[in-house]
Design a protein around this ligand. Sequence first.
Ligand SMILES: *Cc1c(COP(=O)(O)O)cnc(C)c1O
Length: 366
Amino acid sequence: MTAPAPKPWIAAIAPYVPGRATTDDGRKVAKLSSNENPLGTSPAAVEAFQSAGHSLSRYPDAGAAIVREAIAAKYGLDPARIIYGTGSDEVLHLAAGAFAGQGDEIIYVRYGFAVYEIAARRVGATPIVAPDTDYATDVDAILACVTERTRVVFVANPNNPTGTFVPRAEIARLHRGLPADVLLVIDQAYAEYLEPEDDDAGLSLAMNEPNVLVTRTFSKIHGLAAERIGWGYASAPIVSAMHKIRMPFNITIAGQQAAVAAINDDAFVDATRAHNAKWRAWFADEIASLGNAGLRAIPSQANFVLVLFQGALTGEAAYKGLMEAGYIVRWLPGQGLPHALRITIGTEAECRGVIAALRQLVERAG
Ligand SMILES: *Cc1c(COP(=O)(O)O)cnc(C)c1O
């Protein structure tokens, strides 16, 4: 008996593992595993979302005009050069799908975002993994991986799961080192958490260079992860190729309304950034004080911290112990990080609770 066989490059995909919301024994506890916004969502966005409930029988605007106009006004962009997707995840897939296929290579860094490998394999391209330098993106290592088969380079900045940030001069050097026919995708899911002066390193490149795509999301600082809205900015030819293969109606009506309200709610964005900066610094200091127990926080510019466990308390034991104490964080053995946990900066109570639980675990591990 034969059955339909998936293409070999599809069979080779290891499925994406989302952050968990419940413990092994089914308890619902504090979820610090998906980098969601601890302040929730802009009240204006919630209201806009709810007011869209009367149009369920209508298809959304396939052109997402109100979203593109709002984004363009906010960042001084050309609305015609904005691509959008069901989350920036879709935009990343569109980039791979429009510019790479069998026989081509897609480069990303070790300890990079898990979606890049899936996006590369999905289109039959060969994933090429550039080594890191102490968990951070190494521009020279990426450039050393480039061949005549390279079609796309994915760089998250700040990076997930490490939180590390590549300064704008280094990103510019990466771009200069790439052949003109390689698409550089700068995934800025966490850009809004940076101090404003660093903020548009990616967007200014995307405005001026024909081979740079910047992606952004409404899931993180805007607190709209449930609605799945992402966008990207690139030259007109790049964007028009991606439009050809996106799902026609890829942002819902309610999602479009909510996104417009969210991007205009500066107070909510500022409050989220300030909360994150304060508690991320506190959290990193607390981890540093556990340094003699082998804990180390990788310096983060995002809304999470990658903590290494190199003493008696292992990453796996810390993961299980935190779950027991009521905190689900991200343990990523499948991404080569069995000795690390990625912990989202939550509310004040959650930050304090995680640190207290870690201190107990460290003591018990002796
Ligand atoms: C969260 C995240 C995204 C995208 O999320 P969407 O919800 O699909 O917009 C993209 N890239 C990185 C690095 C992320 O961490």
